[in-house]
Write a protein that binds this ligand. Structure first.
Ligand code: PEP
Length: 233
């Protein structure tokens, strides 16, 4: 299966910095059939040229267009040539996106044929209660999500590992990805403090098909380095 290396810029970097980032990536990254690079920049950068990588929206509302002040919607994304979207990131769930809203968004963008990176992950309290509790929480986060949709990629991102500088242990990632693999044959990513020092080990864990990277991807040199590591892993 193809490796997927995705970068989530969140609400970081200016338009000038992202222009420079993409210019470097367009000239320095040699795409290969074994690697798919996806960048999820802030919405204001979704119209920039992406030659050898894919651009995706970090979020959007499940409607074609209309009276949805402040929201990105389908027609706008399609007009930019965007057909990737991330849904369910823990930072959006923490802002109040519940499973019903996420399921509606998922179904809407699935029907529109988008490729969807759907994030799930447990909080520290649940992690401390053990594997059964974690599996229950992840199953709830997958409720209503069509695991046979071939445009779907699942990103397992334990909340306590995001932005902490310390990724989950390989054995923990392995057991969760094994659990997820029983549910789907689609690509499974790990996210949570992935960087150029731990990426190779993470990509070699069974059932890990790629990574979703936040802070460590904010510098293009680092992202390029990680794409190289993924090519060799
Ligand atoms: C993320 O929030 O999606 C993420 C993976 O962040 P970080 O790599 O900074 O932990």
């Amino acid at each position: 299966m193809k490796r997927i290396i995705a970068a989530n810029f969140k609400s970081n970097l200016s338009i000038q910095e992202i222009q420079q980032y993409f210019k470097t990536l367009n000239s320095s990254f040699n795409p290969s059939k074994d690697i798919e690079a996806i960048i999820f920049p802030p919405a204001f950068a979704l119209n920039l040229e992406a030659i050898n990588f894919n651009l995706g929206a970090q979020n959007a509302y499940g409607a074609k267009n209309g009276a949805f002040t402040g929201e990105l919607t389908l027609d706008g994304l399609v007009s930019l040539g965007i057909n990737y979207i991330m849904l369910g990131h823990s930072e959006r769930r923490a802002m109040g996106e519940d499973q019903k809203l996420l399921t509606d968004k998922f179904n809407f963008y699935k029907d529109a044929g988008f490729k969807i990176v759907y994030c799930i992950g447990e909080d520290l309290n649940t992690r401390q209660k053990g594997q059964d509790n974690i599996e229950y929480m992840l199953s709830c986060q997958l409720e209503g999500i069509d695991l046979d949709y071939n445009g779907l990629t699942i990103a397992y991102e334990p909340i306590w590992a995001i932005g902490s500088g310390v990724s989950a242990k390989a054995s923990d990632i392995e057991s969760i990805h094994h659990f997820l693999r029983q549910k789907t044959n689609l690509a499974l990513l790990y996210g949570g403090s992935v960087n150029d020092s731990n990426l190779k080990e993470i990509l070699n864990i069974p059932d890990v098909n790629g990574a979703l990277i936040g802070s460590a991807a904010l510098k293009v040199e680092n992202f390029l380095k990680m794409l190289e590591i993924a090519k060799e892993a």
